[in-house]
Write a protein that binds this ligand. Structure first.
Ligand code: NAD
Length: 264
């Protein structure tokens, strides 16, 4: 894959640390020759993101809080000073108050519902809208979703509702931008222990359940998600748009507990 992304430039949003799914994607793209820029949320994360960016040869590290439209504008203004055009964007951002990632969905507050939709759904449309005019030779946009959009998963609650809306946005954006050769896809990743995931109630139990019951009898890694992302972000995926691609060791095809699975 060493030349697959040669000459391509991409913005990676949602890198928090070396456990982030964004990091698996960044490494896969950089190893394939892509030139990268990163955005980070808040000064506290800059210390973590700077050295990781340097590791993949990038010195374009820009702040952006997607809850603030001015901050999104500022990101694309700043990026435009480095690059007059680019080829791909990765949105690996989601957020909900963790006090609502347990208990019942029906108890979700309006305030957290709107905030979760803002950060986890609207932000993708908002950044893709700004990225599109800079993707002058066509492009590829990718977001991250989860099976909790399709089926009820314990504790996922409002994030499941948000991911369902995010997946619908992928389809609408794919139609709107397809005529400009811009593709829009999502990866529905299996469970991975990251900062965001640790906010979900009983996450260890969910990880174990996936490991025992997925067809491959294991969970997935950041690097595996990264390699699948490479397919969608590169010309290998040139005819693929509007797609939600499961990278989950096959978990989504299973209808029932594996009878041989140990008790958790
Ligand atoms: P992570 O904690 O490493 O990344 C989440 C990122 O979202 C962080 O970088 C954080 O700074 C960013 N973010 C949150 N609010 C923001 C805001 N207002 N402005 C800008 N950035 C903001 O965790 P992750 O698991 O790598 O999450 C990346 C994506 O993958 C999320 O959309 C998540 O829902 C999705 N996902 C994760 C899993 C999993 O099991 N970890 C599975 C499927 C999908």
């Amino acid at each position: 894959t060493s030349q697959l992304m040669a000459g391509k430039r991409g913005l990676i949003m949602g890198l928090a640390n070396d456990k982030s799914i964004a990091w698996g994607i960044a490494k896969a793209c950089a190893n394939a020759g892509a030139e990268l820029a990163f955005s980070y949320q808040g000064e506290a994360l800059k210390k973590r993101v700077d050295p990781l960016a340097a590791e993949v040869g990038s010195d374009i590290v820009l702040p952006c809080d997607v809850g603030d439209e001015d901050s999104i504008d500022a990101l694309f203004d700043a990026l435009g000073k480095h690059w007059d055009k680019f080829d791909f964007i990765v949105h690996a951002i989601g957020f909900s108050d963790k006090s609502e990632l347990r208990g019942r969905y029906v108890d979700t507050s309006k305030q957290n519902f709107l905030m979760s939709m803002d950060i986890s759904v609207w932000s993708f449309t908002s950044v893709v809208k700004r990225a599109a005019p800079m993707m002058r030779d066509g492009g590829s946009a990718l977001t991250l979703t989860y099976y909790g959009a399709e089926k009820v998963m314990p504790h996922y609650n409002v994030m499941g509702v948000a991911k369902a809306a995010l997946e619908a946005s992928v389809r609408y954006l794919a139609e709107d931008l397809g005529r400009d050769a811009i593709r829009v896809n999502a990866i529905s990743a299996g469970t991975i222990k990251t900062l965001a995931a640790s906010g979900i109630g009983d996450f260890r139990y969910i990880m174990k359940w996936n490991e025992y019951n997925s067809p491959l009898r294991r969970t997935v890694t950041q690097d595996e998600v990264g390699n699948s992302a490479l397919y969608l972000l590169s010309d290998l995926g040139r005819a693929v748009t509007g797609e939600v691609h499961h990278v989950d060791a096959g978990y989504h095809v299973i209808g029932m507990k594996n009878p041989d699975a140990p008790d958790i």
